[in-house]
Design a protein around this ligand. Structure first.
Ligand SMILES: Cc1ncc(COP(=O)(O)O)c(C=O)c1O
Length: 439
């Protein structure tokens, strides 16, 4: 019988090399998933604390959702947006109901990237201005337009010098590594002031400021209080819109349906993806009525809002609401943070624990003072967790941020197991790294 290694060797060469092995030294080949668990092709079980990059908020192959998916698959699978369907119309209404107040008009595409790309087009058309200002370490996807809004050279393949173009990119609220060496709140949000000064200098009107409420790929960066509100004020002052990218933070992930649900900022356009259909490919944006009507030429998407994905998105939202997943995520946040804080007390590698809801992270550093990123150790930790049956993610400009983002359905018992594995794995990595550095 062919071994897994032989099987992999034979097949792997046909899949683009740079799209493989990002989390592990050896790839994890997943055969099936059920709720909070994944199973590899040899049948080994993993507790999944990454949810396919924050997508399966309701668990893998959730039977309640999949029942509705199967019903829809046998009824109507595809039409294109040249036709209207009940799932598409019902989902549009539902999104207006669950997104922050004032957002009303949706458009559907196939991915988060396309959602943000389309939102930029809309903002340019509405304002008549060209300039879109993303912030440093933001990630918005892989179309040509949105990859140029990404400063992370890991994921846009562009010249890392792009990060130096302060005029095009605002500062993010990365307080752990403040761009100005300041501390909140004494900083008076210097990051935002610096952006305004740059816009003033350019003497140009803008189309939009584009920002994630929590930067996922950038390293689970939670901007400080008041940051998003201040960006909104600047966007409007200079003739632009505020585009909030909730592709990763939406659908219950942060302990509310959306990170901006709490009403302090009101996006002009909000982008969605990932968790919207619990794993089926879908992206969308929703805009205020006035902004949403700015596109005045015929537009369509072949697969966007197709009946299957729309029906599954509706089933996903129903599941999130009925099972009170945002409240559950908030409760789980407290348990995780308490456990991670205990782990950090015993560890020399944990620099900071941060995040909201079940959008959590630990930044690993070799030295608490210099904050030298523990990049190698982070990769080691992910591998060790994998050996011990736990999947977690990683991100950040130095790939030294361990990401914890399980399905929102995770139980207290499973959280305890995840913490136990993390602790054990971190200890093993620390031991190895100490002996390596002493050697
Ligand atoms: C905040 C954010 N926006 C947009 C995207 C792009 O979404 P997709 O990979 O579905 O194109 C991502 C993907 O990670 C994301 O995290």
């Amino acid at each position: 019988m062919q071994s897994v290694a032989e099987y992999l060797k034979k097949k792997e060469k046909y899949f683009m090399a740079q799209a493989r092995h990002q989390l592990y030294k050896e790839p994890l080949i997943v055969e099936k998933g059920y709720m909070e668990y994944l199973y590899d092709i040899e049948g080994k079980e993993y507790l999944d604390c990454f949810s396919g990059i924050m997508v399966t908020n309701c668990g893998h192959c959730n039977p309640e959702i999949n029942k509705k998916a199967k019903e829809q698959l046998d009824k109507l699978q595809h039409t294109s947006t040249f036709f209207l369907t009940r799932p598409l119309l019902d989902l549009s209404e539902k999104l207006a109901e669950i997104t922050p107040f004032g957002l009303e008009r949706s458009f559907f595409v196939n991915s988060g990237s396309e959602a943000v790309d389309s939102a930029i087009l809309l903002a340019r058309k509405y304002t008549g201005n060209e300039l879109v200002i993303p912030v440093k370490l933001g990630y918005h996807g892989r179309t040509l337009l949105v990859s140029s809004c990404t400063t992370s050279s890991t994921y846009n393949g562009l010249d890392p010098a792009i990060d130096e173009l302060d005029i095009l990119f605002g500062y993010n609220g990365y307080c752990y590594r403040c761009h100005f060496g300041l501390e909140y709140p004494d900083c008076n949000l210097r990051c935002v002031q610096a952006l305004e000064e740059a816009i003033e200098k350019m003497n140009s009107k803008i189309a939009a400021i584009l920002v994630e409420p929590i930067q996922g790929v950038g390293g689970v960066i939670v901007h400080p209080p008041g940051y998003l509100e201040a960006l909104q004020a600047i966007a409007h002052k200079y003739g632009g819109l505020l585009i909030i990218d909730e592709v990763q933070s939406g659908f219950g992930r942060t302990g509310a349906m959306f990170a901006t649900s709490e009403g302090k900022v009101s996006p002009d356009i909000l982008c969605m993806g990932k968790g919207i259909a619990n794993g089926l490919p879908m992206g969308a944006y929703i805009a205020t009525d006035k902004v949403g009507e700015a596109i005045d030429w015929p537009t369509f998407s072949t697969f966007g809002g197709n009946p299957l994905c729309s029906a599954v998105a509706l089933a996903t939202i129903d599941y999130i609401v009925e099972h009170q997943l945002p409240a559950r995520a908030k409760k789980s946040e407290a348990l995780f943070k308490q456990g991670l804080t205990e782990i950090a007390k015993e560890s020399r590698l944990v620099g900071e624990i941060r995040g909201k809801g079940l959008f959590l992270a630990m930044e690993l550093v070799r030295d608490q003072e210099s904050k030298e990123p523990a990049t190698e150790e982070t990769l080691e930790l992910l591998n060790e967790c994998k050996i011990n049956g736990l999947v977690v993610g990683k991100s950040g400009p130095f790939s030294n941020v361990v990401r914890v983002g399980p399905p929102l359905t995770i139980s207290e018992e499973q959280i305890a197991t995840a913490l136990e594995i993390l602790e054990k794995s971190l200890k093993a990595v620390e031991k190895r790294s100490a002996s390596k550095h002493l050697a």
